[in-house]
Write a protein that binds this ligand. Structure first.
Ligand code: C2O
Ligand code: CU
Length: 726
C-alpha cells in the first residue's frame, strides 16, 4: 500500500469500532467546549479530544480540553520534555451511574496506549465540566468508567467514554516500506550516525539522528543551492574564549567580525568571532549607560550588529534595509547604544544569521541594575550561552550560498555548546546558590534545561524580572530568549546540566527520547550555610516589577488590535517529500524540539518553503503588512499559530525596540508577568501579548528561527512620535 494511504486506514482502525460513523465524524471541541472559548486556541484539533460513547450509552459524549497549566513559560514541560496538560472534561448525556449497575459515580482515567499504565484523573459528572488532573504522556487514552465510589484506585466498572490523544494520530508508515526502504547507515559520533558513503556533491555526509530510519529517496535529496563553507585563504586566528569588557557610561569599544579556527572536541572547523572570541566579548554596562561600539566587518559577507532586546535609538538597531545599509566586507559602522533596562541581552548580525550567528557571531550584554539586590541573593553568577552546531564527518555541514538551507525546521545541530564549547564544567560547594543567566543563540533549537538533584527557581527573563520567583523543574528556552534562574546545589556529588526533550520520529509515527549532557557541576568542599543558602527555600517577590506592571492592568481586557496568523506555504517540493509531509500533517506536536527529518529539512530553502506572518484583518503577508502606532500606545496583539499546511512548527516571535507582556497562552491567563521581547508560540496555539510602544522608529517583528526569518517570516511596523500627524 502506498505510504500516504496507510495512515488514515490505520487511524480509522483504531477508532472505537462500534461507534456509528456519524459520531466518528464529530468535530473535536465543536459545540461542547465552553471554557476557554474555542477561538482562544488556534487549532482545537491539537488541544481537544472528542469523547466517544460505548455502545450501551450511545447518546452520551463529550470533549476533553488539554489546557496549559499556568506557569512562566508558553509550554509547560516536564524535565524529561513531555508536555504537561491539565485535562478539562465536559460530558453530556451520561445516564445516572446506577442505571448501568451497582455504580454511584463516573471517574476519568488516563492510560498509556496499550493500557500498560492507568492513572486516575478525577470524578466527572454525568453532564457538565470537571477540571481534572494533569497528563504528560506522549500518546494516551482518556477513559471514563462507572464506579462504585469516587476514590477507586483502578477502573473496575464499565467504560462509557473514551478518547485518544491528538498525538495518537501519528502512526507508523507501512512496515514493508521500511524493510525495503531503510537506508544503510553506519554508526558515527555524537549520538548521530553517518551514511556509509558521503556523497561527492559538495554537501558531504549529512549526520542522521541515531535510531531514526530514513528512506533512500530522502537520503538522496540535496538543496537547490550552492554548498558554501568559508575558505581559509587569508587571515585566520585561533578562536579564544570570551573576555569580560566592563564599560562605563560614555565608553567606547571596538568590535571586529573575523574568521577564526574553532576547536570543537577533537576537530577543527572554521567559524566567525567578534574580536576572535566565541562567544563575543561579554559587555558589562550599568543601567542607563550609553556606549559607543565601533564595528568593523572583516568577514566575506555583508553584515551588521543587532542589539537584541535593547530599546535603543532606532538608527542603531542594526537591521540592513530597515535601519541601516549592510556593512560590506572591509567597511565600518559606529553604533551608539543606550541601555535603559537591567537584564541579560545579546548582540548578533542581522544578515544571513543562519550562517553568521551559527558560525559564532553572538555575544552577551549584562545590564546591571542600580539596585544591588535586583535579582535577590546568590553566591555567584554564571552567564551561559546555549548553542548547537551541525557537524558531519568532514566538518561543518555546508550552508546555502544563495539562500538558507533547512527552511522547514531550521538547522538543528548535533553538537551542543555552552559558551561556544562542548563539556561545560563548574565546581560549587554544597548548598551553594548559583545565578545562571541563560541565552539561547541557536538557530532553531528550543532547549529544555534541567539540573537533576538541584533545586531551581526562575527569577527573570528577557527585559527584567518576573513579578515573583517560581519553582521550576526545567527551563524551556527558545531561540533568542533569556532566563535568569537561581539554582541551589545539593550536599555532594555531580549534577549534570541536561537538555531532555521528546523528539518526533515522523516516519515511524512515534516519540523518541533525546538527552544531551551540556555540562557537569561538581559539588565539593565546605557546605555553604550563610543567609543566602538558608533563604533559598523561600520564593521572593519583585514588588517593583509588579508595581510597574500595575498601570497596564486596566488594558489587559482591551479588544485585540491586531491578529497575526503564523503560517507556511510550500511549492516545488520533491514528490517524496510532499507525500511524506501530507501523511505527517495528521498531527503536529506543539514543540518540535529536535531535528528528526535531516534530509527533508536540509533540502528545503526559501524557494520551496515560505513562512508567513499574515495580518488576519487585511490578509497582508510579511513585508506587505504596514502597522502604524504612536509612542505611548499600548496594544493587544494576538499570535495564532496555524497548521493548515504541510508542516507547522513553534515560532519564537521577536519584536525589536519595544517590550511586551505575555497575557495568555491558549486563553489561559498568566498570573506572574514579566517584560519580554521574544515569545515562543507553540504549534496550533494562540498567544496574547500586551505590546508597549515606547520607542519611535521602524522596527521588525519576526520569527527568531534563523531559517524561518530567511524564508520570509518578518515584517516591519512604524512607531511615530507623538504630535507627528499619521
Ligand atoms: Cu535577535 Cu531581529 O533579532
Ligand atoms: Cu519560525
Amino acid at each position: 500500500m502506498p505510504v500516504w494511504l496507510v495512515l488514515p486506514v490505520a487511524a480509522a482502525a483504531l477508532v472505537w469500532p462500534l461507534v456509528p460513523w456519524r459520531a466518528r465524524q464529530a468535530s473535536p471541541c465543536a459545540g461542547d467546549l465552553r471554557s476557554p472559548p474555542p477561538e482562544s486556541v488556534a487549532e482545537p484539533d491539537l488541544y481537544c479530544m472528542a469523547l466517544l460513547p460505548a455502545p450501551r450509552v450511545l447518546d452520551a459524549g463529550g470533549v476533553a480540553e488539554l489546557r496549559r497549566p499556568p506557569g512562566p513559560f508558553s509550554l509547560a514541560l516536564t524535565a524529561e520534555g513531555g508536555i504537561r496538560y491539565r485535562v478539562v472534561l465536559t460530558t453530556h448525556g451520561l445516564p445516572a451511574p446506577a442505571e448501568l449497575g451497582a455504580y454511584t459515580t463516573y471517574v476519568a482515567w488516563v492510560a498509556a496506549p496499550l493500557l500498560s499504565s492507568v492513572e486516575r484523573l478525577g470524578e466527572v459528572p454525568s453532564s457538565g465540566t470537571a477540571v481534572l488532573g494533569e497528563v504528560s504522556l506522549d500518546k494516551f487514552l482518556l477513559l471514563v468508567s462507572a464506579e462504585a465510589g469516587p476514590d477507586v484506585a483502578q477502573p473496575t466498572g464499565p467504560f462509557v467514554l473514551r478518547a485518544q490523544s491528538p498525538s495518537s494520530r501519528m502512526q507508523p508508515a507501512d512496515f514493508l516500506e521500511f524493510v525495503l526502504g531503510a537506508s544503510s547507515v553506519a554508526a558515527g559520533e555524537s549520538g548521530m550516525v553517518m551514511p556509509a558513503a558521503p556523497a561527492a556533491d559538495g554537501w558531504g555526509a549529512i549526520p542522521m539522528p541515531a535510531g531514526i530510519t530514513m528512506l533512500p529517496a530522502l537520503m538522496a535529496l540535496r538543496p537547490r543551492v550552492t554548498p558554501w563553507r568559508p575558505s581559509s585563504a587569508g587571515t585566520v586566528v585561533d578562536a579564544r574564549p570570551r573576555e569580560l569588557v566592563p564599560l562605563a557610561d560614555g565608553d567606547s569599544v571596538d568590535l571586529e567580525a573575523v574568521l577564526v579556527r574553532r576547536r570543537i572536541g577533537d576537530r577543527t572547523i572554521l567559524g566567525y568571532g567578534f574580536n576572535g572570541q566565541i562567544p563575543g566579548p561579554l559587555l558589562w554596562v550599568r543601567e542607563d549607560a550609553t556606549v559607543t561600539v565601533r564595528f568593523t566587518n572583516r568577514i566575506e559577507w555583508p553584515t551588521s550588529i543587532h542589539w537584541h532586546g535593547i530599546r535603543l535609538d532606532n538608527r542603531f538597531d542594526g537591521v540592513p534595509g530597515v535601519t541601516q545599509e549592510a556593512v560590506l566586507p572591509g567597511e565600518r559602522f559606529t553604533y551608539r547604544v543606550h541601555f535603559p533596562d537591567p537584564g541579560i541581552y545579546w548582540y548578533h548580525p542581522h544578515h544571513r544569521e543562519d550562517v553568521q550567528q551559527d558560525m559564532g557571531l553572538a555575544g552577551n550584554v549584562v545590564v546591571e541594575s542600580s539596585d544591588p539586590r535586583y535579582y535577590g541573593a546568590a553566591h555567584r553568577e554564571e552567564i551561559l550561552m546555549l548553542d548547537d552546531l551541525l557537524i558531519g564527518r568532514d566538518g561543518a555541514v555546508p550552508y546555502g550560498l544563495e539562500r538558507a538551507t533547512h527552511a522547514l525546521m531550521g538547522r538543528f545541530g548535533n553538537t551542543m555548546l555552552v559558551n561556544g564549547a562542548p563539556g561545560y564544567r563548574l565546581q560549587v560547594r554544597p548548598h551553594e546558590v548559583v545565578r545562571f543567566l541563560f541565552t539561547n543563540v541557536s538557530n532553531t533549537r528550543t532547549f529544555n534545561v534541567s539540573l537533576p538533584g538541584a533545586r531551581m527557581k526562575v527569577v527573570g527573563t528577557d527585559v527584567g524580572n518576573f513579578e515573583r520567583e517560581a519553582w521550576i523543574e526545567s527551563l524551556p528556552i527558545a531561540p533568542a530568549e533569556r532566563y535568569v534562574v537561581h539554582v541551589q546545589f545539593p550536599e555532594a556529588g555531580t549534577v549534570p546540566l541536561l537538555n531532555r526533550v521528546r523528539g518526533v520520529d515522523h516516519v515511524a509515527g512515534r516519540f523518541v527520547t533525546e538527552q544531551d549532557t551540556l555540562g557537569l557541576v561538581r559539588i565539593a568542599g565546605v557546605p555553604m550555610n550563610d543567609s543566602t543558602a538558608r533563604a533559598f527555600g523561600r520564593l521572593g517577590a519583585h514588588d517593583a516589577v509588579r508595581r510597574g506592571i500595575d498601570r497596564y492592568r486596566t488594558r489587559f481586557d482591551d479588544p485585540v488590535e491586531h491578529e497575526l496568523e503564523l503560517d507556511m506555504r510550500t511549492r516545488d517540493l520533491p514528490l517524496v517529500v510532499d507525500r511524506l509531509m501530507q501523511v505527517d500533517s495528521a498531527y503536529f506536536h506543539p514543540l518540535e524540539a529536535t531535528g528528526t527529518m535531516p534530509m527533508m529539512n536540509l533540502m528545503s530553502t526559501g524557494d520551496e518553503v515560505r513562512w508567513i506572518l499574515r495580518d488576519a484583518d487585511t490578509g497582508a503577508e510579511n513585508e506587505a503588512i504596514d502597522w502604524r502606532f504612536r509612542v505611548g500606545d499600548v496594544v493587544r496583539l494576538r499570535l495564532r499559530n496555524r497548521r493548515r499546511t504541510l508542516h507547522q512548527m513553534q515560532h519564537p516571535i521577536h519584536i525589536h525596540g519595544q517590550r511586551f507582556l505575555v497575557l495568555a497562552v491558549n486563553g489561559v491567563p498568566n498570573d506572574n508577568l514579566a517584560w519580554k521581547d521574544t515569545v515562543l508560540v507553540p504549534v496550533g496555539a494562540t498567544v496574547d501579548l500586551l505590546l508597549e510602544l515606547s520607542n519611535p522608529g521602524r522596527w521588525m517583528l519576526h520569527c527568531h528561527i534563523a531559517e524561518h526569518l530567511e524564508a520570509g517570516m518578518k515584517m516591519v511596523f512604524t512607531v511615530e512620535e507623538r504630535g507627528v500627524p499619521r
